[in-house]
Ligand binder design. Sequence first.
Ligand code: NAD
Length: 489
Amino acid sequence: MTLRPTDSSTLLIDGKLVPGSGGTFEVFDPSTEELLGKAADATAADMDAAIEAARRAFDDTDWSRDHAFRARCLRQLRDALRGHIEELREITIAEVGAPRFLTSAAHLEGPVDDLLFFADLAENYSWKQDLGNAAPMGIPTHRYLLKEATGVVGAITPWNFPHQINFAKIGPALAAGNTVVLKPAPDTPWCAALVGKILAEETDFPPGTLNIVTSSDHLLGAQLTEDPRVDLISFTGSTATGRSVMRSAADTLKKVFLELGGKSAFLVLDDADLRSACSMAAFTVSTHAGQGCAITTRLVVPRDKYDEAVAATAKTMRTLRPGDPRDPGTVCGPLISERQRARVESYLRLAVEEGGTIVVGGGRPAEHARGFFVEPTLISGLDNRSRTAQEEIFGPVLVVIPHDGDDDAVRIANDSPYGLSGAVYGTDPARIARVVAGVRTGTLGVNGGIWYAADAPFGGYKQSGIGREMGVAGFEEYLETKLVAEPAS
Ligand code: NAD
C-alpha cells in the first residue's frame, strides 16, 4: 500500500474509506507554499453519517465490553503504523512543516508507541471496583463500581502536533470502550486520513468504532458539539474556540474535555545557572516555530541580571535560524499558514507599539523567499501586563520580564489567564519547592525535567483547559462510573 494520496485522501466512515460529499480541498506544504495534493472535503451529511456509525457501533456491538479485543486492535494499529513510519514521517514533515528532528519522539514514534500504554490499560484496568459492605439506612449492603465507556466521543484537534494530539484522544477513548468521530484541523487533514486508511486496511477495528472526517469547514466541529448522539467532546485548540465548544455542548449537557492555549512562564531564580537556563529558553521557544501550546513564551529573570539574561538568550537565538524542516539540523521550521504568519507578525508590530525592543529576529528570514517562516524573536523592555506578554502568539516569540525575587517570579507566572505549563531553574531545592507549589499550572519542568509521557497526565489550570489528557487520569476522562448495591451476603 502506498500511503501518499495520489489524487486525494478519503474519509473513514463506518469502516469504509469514502470520498467527501463536498469534493476535495487543497493541502499545502508550509515550508514551500507548494500544493501537495488534496484531501476529502466532508459536508454536514458526512459528519451525520459518521456520528450515526459511531452511535451504532457503540449501542449495537460488544465493543465497549470486550476489553481484550480492544487492546488487540490498538496493538495492531500501533504495529501497522510502525510499518509505515517512514512514509508517515515524510508526509508529516511536508504537511505540518514539522522539523525532522522532532518527528520521532514528539510527533510520531513517541505518540504511536503511546497507543501501547492505552492498550495495556484496556486489558489491565480495574473495570469492577469493590467498595465493600456498609449499612446505609441500617440495611447491610455490598457495593461495587462498574467503570464503563461514556459512549460516542467527538474528538476535535488542531494542526500543530496532529499525530500526538489525535492519538492522545483516540488511544484512551477507544481503549476505554468508546467509539469515536475524529475531526482534525483543516490545515493537516492527511495526517489523520492516512491513519484512517491504515486502520481500515490493516486492522480488525469494527466498522464505526473510529470514524475520521476531514473537512475545510470548521463548523463540522460545531456540529459534533451540538449533536445529541455524541456523549463527550474531547477538544484541543484555542481558548476562544474552547469557549464556543463549551457553549454549544451545553444544550445537550455533554461532558466536555478541553485542552486549550497557554502563555507559560520560564522562571529563572537568582541562584540558577543563568546562561544555560536562558539558552534553553531560546531553544524551546524556537522549536517547531513556537507552535506548541505548552512552550514557555515568557522568560522571567532576576532584575539585576536582566541585561545578562537578554544577552545570553539572544546569543543562542541567533544560532537558531529558520530552516527547511527536512534538514535534520533544523529546529525552527515554518508556521503552518499565511494566516498564522500574519497573526504572529501583527504581534511583533504590537510589541513595538507597546514600547518593546526587538533584540533578535522580528521579521521574515531573508534566506527564505517562500514558506511561512518567521525568525525566532526576542523582545525586551515589556511589562508582564502588556498584551504581548499576556496573549498567546503561537509563534517563535519570547518576551523577557524582570522579577524581584522568588515570590515576585511566582506572582508574574500567575499573572496570566492561562495555566498550562512552565519551567523553573534554580539550585536550592527548598526554594524550588516553594516556587513549584506557588505556580498555578498543570505541568512544570524543573531544571530541564521533561513532563511529557504516556503515563503522565497533561492539562491546564484556569483558561488552559478542563480535564487531563494521557496517563490513567486521561483514560478515566472517557469513563462513566456506575454504582451497584446488593444485599450483603
Ligand atoms: P482552533 O481552536 O482554531 O481549532 C482547533 C480545532 O477546532 C480545529 O479542528 C477546528 O476546525 C475546530 N473548530 C474551529 N471552530 C470550531 C467550532 N466553533 N466548534 C468546534 N470546533 C471548531 O485551534 P488551532 O489554530 O487549530 O490550534 C492552535 C491552538 O491550539 C492554540 O491556541 C494552541 O495553544 C492550542 N493547542 C492546545 C493544546 C493543549 O493540549 N492544551 C495542544 C495543541 C494546541
